[in-house]
Design a protein around this ligand. Structure first.
Ligand SMILES: [Fe+2]
Length: 372
């Protein structure tokens, strides 16, 4: 198998305007020129002074703060937030934080202009058609490097009531602009740097071993892996290096650009039950199996997947002992039983170029050497 054949049809479009570089946050007043702005962030961002910095850049009187974002945003919480904020005259939303904050900003930007209460409940629990066709312009400012959410047209929504994970997707979900300022990622603790970095690696790999890949998504993913190869090991050893931080931030954005075209695949399908049922952090959940999936995929498409950058990145992941990290959350011997129902559905797992069934999953588990 080669990359996309010249006679195969494909398209590419991407609407997010990027403002990048150290100090890029200072350009926020030009990027968000609206009169009434909703700032979406976590309580941690308020305590660390990030919210205050945004307000001093924009002028406090223009900014309404929603700081109740928690990891893995819940369906009911998002519906309730949209309901209470819908009455506010908001012209623009700024979301600054990690993936959960950016996803919350995206969901609010699409739900708030709608007049239908409980929009997510209607769509995901009652099967109503998704009629979110307006949005409040969103500026996404990542403070972690991995999610790529600032580049993608989807947001992940978690529903503990039904024990399911949903994806709200569509062009209306694209941020209008993304600000990539690596200095915002300098304070990340090692665990967050590691897990979010694994998410970036996952996105790049998932878009390469993906049936929906295009020449453009491949170029983004391959470039993301070059940056990851140059910066991931370095940033774990030298967290204060702005150069490595910038490399990972750019890699994350490139991988986000790649999956915005392809969506994710088998590694993400495998991750969701681990996060829903065992609270495994997203990046670890979709990262621990990458070397084993790679062993399978590179035989199918060595031309795309057998590059020096990928080989060395997979070797780095092996050295990081991610199965050992996983033991903090569950017994890896149970992985097969937990994951099997997910890979049997056509959703994300169906994007994998190698196909996916019980036998392939058994092979991945054998390579992981976790007792099955
Ligand atoms: Fe991810």
């Amino acid at each position: 198998m080669t990359t996309v054949e010249p006679n195969e049809p494909w398209t590419h479009a991407h609407p997010v305007r990027i403002f990048a570089g150290n100090g890029a946050l200072e350009r926020l007043p030009d990027v968000a020129a609206a009169d009434r702005i909703l700032l979406v962030c976590s309580g941690g961002s308020v305590r660390r002074g990030i919210a205050a910095r945004i307000m001093s850049l924009l002028g406090e009187s223009r900014v309404l703060v929603y700081d109740r974002v928690v990891p893995n945003p819940q369906l009911d919480v998002l519906d309730a937030a949209a309901e209470s904020l819908r009455v506010e005259p908001i012209d623009a939303i700024i979301a600054i934080g990690g993936g959960s904050v950016l996803d919350t900003g995206k969901v609010l930007s699409a739900l708030m202009p709608s007049n239908r209460p409980n929009g997510l409940d209607r769509i995901f629990r009652h099967g109503e058609d998704q009629v979110l066709d307006k949005r409040i312009p969103l500026v996404a400012i990542p403070t972690t490097s991995g999610t790529g959410a600032e580049m993608t047209p989807f947001a992940t929504i978690w529903d503990r009531q039904t024990n399911r994970k949903h994806s709200l997707a569509g062009d209306v979900m694209y941020p209008e602009a993304a600000i990539l300022d690596p200095s915002l990622t300098l304070d990340l603790p090692r665990e967050v740097t590691l897990y979010t970095g694994l998410d970036a690696v996952s996105h790049a790999m998932e878009s390469l071993w993906n049936k929906n890949r295009t020449p453009v998504s491949e170029a983004f993913a391959a470039q993301a892996l070059k940056w990851i190869h140059g910066a991931f090991g370095g940033v774990l050893d030298n967290p204060d290096s702005l150069e490595y931080r910038a490399g990972m931030q750019w890699a994350s954005a490139l991988a986000g650009l790649a999956i915005s075209q392809t969506r994710t695949a088998i590694a993400h399908a495998m991750s969701y039950p681990l996060t829903l049922r065992y609270d495994v952090p997203h990046g670890l959940a979709c990262g621990f199996a990458l070397p084993a999936i790679w062993e399978h995929s590179r035989n199918i498409d060595p031309g795309t997947l057998e590059t020096p950058e990928i080989r060395r990145t997979m070797e780095l992941l092996e050295r990081l002992d991610l199965i050992g990290e996983l033991r903090n959350y569950l017994d890896p011997a149970n992985l097969f039983v937990i994951i099997l129902p997910e890979v049997s559905t056509a959703d994300r797992a169906g994007n994998y170029i190698g196909g996916m069934d019980r036998e392939i999953l058994e092979g991945i588990m054998r390579r992981l050497n976790v007792g099955r």
